[in-house]
Design a protein around this ligand. Structure first.
Ligand SMILES: Cc1cc2nc3c(=O)[nH]c(=O)nc-3n(C[C@H](O)[C@H](O)[C@H](O)COP(=O)(O)OP(=O)(O)OC[C@H]3O[C@@H](n4cnc5c(N)ncnc54)[C@H](O)[C@@H]3O)c2cc1C
Length: 409
């Protein structure tokens, strides 16, 4: 049997490794738009900050050789011919398959495609993006940058650039940052902390009208209110588009079942896959590394002939790179809110029928593992959760791990 992957990213690398570890002896061909060994996009902000991040090639630089893979790199797949069970690449290569693992991830969404024609404007999604940004900073001696978009990825980029010593402005269309990862109060708290402590200049409730350029080179952005921000580097992080077009002709992702099958012979996983939520959330694109890896494992088990079913995705997020007050959240912000907050901490859980439905923790991660576990297991917590949140020493977690009664009980 011949297995072909579209993409060499986190999902595809995990899938191929699991196949080989599970004894698969057939041919494996991996196709990628990029030229690298499999890498982790999660580590890119560390590279951008100028830090050594050897683990970017998270499964080893020799991945293709070690797992006996034929790698077709630097040539994106543009079409899947289901009738003929083969794919076609931009350079015209045709690759037949018996099983196709479709995992091309997603790409940065540009509100205006023209911006990309200006030198110094980049998305922030791939290692190739990061290398281009890094090269631009070095060759142009960039001192000032603008990041457009105050979600998870925009902040990851802005914090990394600030850590590198650049002066960074961040433009966001909402009145608070991270509005998808937090509720109103949590988002406001996070925004205040970032405004006071990150060193990034925030432009909230603001929209970029245009990228300004001199001789084809970006020199800043102009906001809709007419204000100009100078910068020789502009990073656009205003969301993602799933790369589903080669398979579906559309860019809305690909619905998969509990076996990760999109259709006969074709499995899909990672940022491109529309999966069900593990608890009670809606089906959707749950674009995180743990989800991609879990999906890849189930897909590999399917190809190996196993019975594993995908348990569903979680919308858990942790923002903590280059930040001394991590921001953690998961679940739905609906139900009865129980909150503990002081100047440095914001901790809130949402309860439904006495069980955690969603949570936001800002300021430290001492309780994160404990709350995450309570959320997953849906244990009744209504009576005790207030004192757990107020536990500034984070003892609750350790007491529960040791099977000890809550402090003061
Ligand atoms: C800056 C950044 C920071 C992140 N931080 C975190 C984090 O802290 N925690 C977390 O859980 N998640 C994080 N993520 C998200 C995580 O990296 C993704 O959810 C995960 O990589 C998804 O895996 P994937 O295999 O679907 O896609 P990817 O790992 O993105 O791989 C997709 C691959 O497919 C290739 N490709 C694209 N189109 C084609 C085509 N037409 N033909 C062939 N190949 C193609 C791409 O070049 C790419 O190499 C971060 C993402 C970014 C961008």
């Amino acid at each position: 049997m011949k297995v072909v992957t579209v993409g060499t990213g986190m999902a595809a690398a995990e899938f191929v490794q699991q196949l080989r570890l599970g004894g698969f002896d057939g041919d494996i061909v991996m196709c990628s738009a990029e030229t690298h060994a499999p890498y982790s996009p999660c580590v890119i902000p560390y590279l951008l900050a100028g830090e050594p991040a050897d683990n970017v090639f998270w499964k080893g630089r020799d991945f293709y050789r070690r797992y006996r893979v034929t790698a077709r790199l630097g040539d994106p797949v543009v079409e899947i011919d289901r009738q003929q069970t083969r794919l076609r690449t931009a350079q015209g290569r045709v690759e037949p398959y018996d099983r196709l693992f479709f995992a091309p991830g997603s790409r940065s969404r540009f509100p205006c495609r023209d911006w990309l024609d200006t030198a110094g404007v980049f998305g922030f999604k791939t290692l190739s993006d990061m290398q281009a940004i890094d090269g631009h900073i070095r060759t142009q001696g960039v001192q000032r940058a603008v990041v457009i978009g105050g979600g998870f990825i925009g902040l990851d980029a802005a914090l990394a650039l600030r850590h590198r010593g650049l002066q960074v402005s961040l433009v966001h269309c909402h009145e608070r940052l991270l509005e998808r990862m937090t509720d109103v109060d949590g988002g406001r708290f996070a925004t205040e902390q970032l405004a006071q402590r990150s060193g990034i200049d925030l432009y909230l409730s603001s929209e970029v009208a245009t990228v300004t350029a001199r001789n084809g080179q970006a020199c800043g952005v102009r906001l809709r209110n007419g204000r100009d921000i100078d910068a020789a580097l502009v990073i656009v992080a205003t969301g993602f588009v799933p790369n589903s077009a080669p398979l579906t002709g559309a860019e809305q992702g690909i619905a998969v079942g509990n076996d990760l099958l999109a259709e006969a012979r074709i499995l899909a996983a990672g940022d491109v896959a529309v999966t069900r939520h593990a608890l009670d959330g809606p089906a959707g694109l749950y674009a995180t590394a743990p989800n991609a890896i879990a999906q890849a494992r189930v897909a590999a088990a399917y190809v190996l002939g196993g019975q594993t079913r995908y348990a569903g995705s979680l919308n858990a997020n942790v923002l903590r790179k280059h930040l001394d007050f991590p921001i953690v959240s998961a679940g739905r912000f609906e139900g009865e809110a129980v909150t503990f907050r002081n100047q440095r901490l914001f901790r809130r859980v949402y309860l439904q029928e006495g069980r955690i439905n969603g949570y936001i923790l800002i300021g430290d991660t001492r309780l994160a593992g404990y709350i995450y576990n309570l959320y997953l297991t849906r244990e009744p917590v209504a009576g005790a959760i207030g004192s757990v949140l107020a536990d500034s020493r984070g003892e609750s977690y350790y007491r529960s791990m040791m099977n000890l009664a809550p402090a003061g009980a």
